[in-house]
Design a protein around this ligand. Structure first.
Ligand SMILES: Cc1cc2nc3c(=O)[nH]c(=O)nc-3n(C[C@H](O)[C@H](O)[C@H](O)COP(=O)(O)O)c2cc1C
Length: 239
């Protein structure tokens, strides 16, 4: 993977689908540039190309930019994100162990997160991705929403923007329903922040393919898979 492929796409520069898949990662630092409505429309159109069960298309996108209610909602969200992050700092030990070494990846990640939540209200675009429920809440209902979320992030990347899919809106779910007049049968499935990336960002890091692909039987390593040269790794999750 070349350095070029790792950096955010420039406006008007097109990247092929596999490069977008290989390089789209969470972007939490943005410039203050607004996203022109035309680009926002294109991003959302590509999100709506995603599949849903029986093509019911239960996803709605509530876009918050700089309107009166949007500003109020962003403030509510900012407070919730700051609370969410400070709970994670304590819960995941960002303020202990290797997190105390300012040069450690953990400390770097913590600084980026702190900056993200501190500047939440200045993020150019926030999209609440909503599910219009057509049956009782169930563990699989997200299956018709999250393909659209990923399409949205990939389209943003292709147009030179970056985003983060987050869940910290849950702390103010009720308040958002009330403020934005969202019906009770509509679930807020994700909160996606978007903007023009500020600074560079590193490569996507994941577990090796051999750890996660089984052949024929659970736990049987698939000998025929291999990561391409230059793949970067990160551990995490179940072993
Ligand atoms: C279901 C889901 C929930 C997430 N929730 C949050 C969140 O609440 N806050 C946040 O900052 N990032 C959130 N993320 C982003 C992940 O932290 C991020 O994708 C992951 O650490 C991998 O980093 P990368 O995308 O840069 O490779 C979430 C991602 C997913 C898919």
């Amino acid at each position: 993977m070349t350095e070029e492929q790792l950096s955010p796409a420039q406006p008007e520069e097109s990247i092929d689908a596999l490069t977008a898949l290989a390089t789209t990662r969470t972007i939490r630092r943005y410039t203050s540039d607004p996203i022109p409505k035309e680009d926002l429309g294109r991003i959302l159109w590509h999100a709506t190309r995603a599949p849903s069960g029986s093509n019911r298309q239960p996803v709605r996108y509530l876009v918050l930019t700089d309107g009166r209610k949007a500003t109020e909602a962003k403030h509510l969200l900012g407070e919730a994100f700051r609370r969410g992050w400070s709970a994670k700092v304590r819960g995941d030990g960002y303020d202990s162990g290797s997190g105390l070494d300012p040069a450690s990846p953990k400390a770097r990640q913590a600084r980026a997160m702190q900056e993200y939540v501190d500047n939440f209200e200045r993020i150019p675009v926030v999209v609440l991705v909503c599910l219009v429920r057509y049956r009782e809440p169930n563990p699989y209902e997200g299956a018709s929403v999250y393909p659209a979320c990923q399409n949205l992030l990939l389209a943003a990347r292709a147009l030179g923007y970056g985003g983060a899919l987050t869940m910290w809106h849950q702390g103010v779910d009720e308040e958002l329903h009330q403020l934005l007049e969202i019906p009770d049968d509509v679930a807020l499935s994700a909160c996606i922040t978007l903007g023009r990336p500020r600074g560079g960002h590193g490569p996507v890091r994941r577990r090796p393919l051999k750890d996660v692909v089984f052949d024929d039987t659970w736990g049987e390593m698939a000998s025929w898979v291999d990561d391409p040269d230059g793949t970067r790794y990160a551990s995490g999750g179940p072993t």
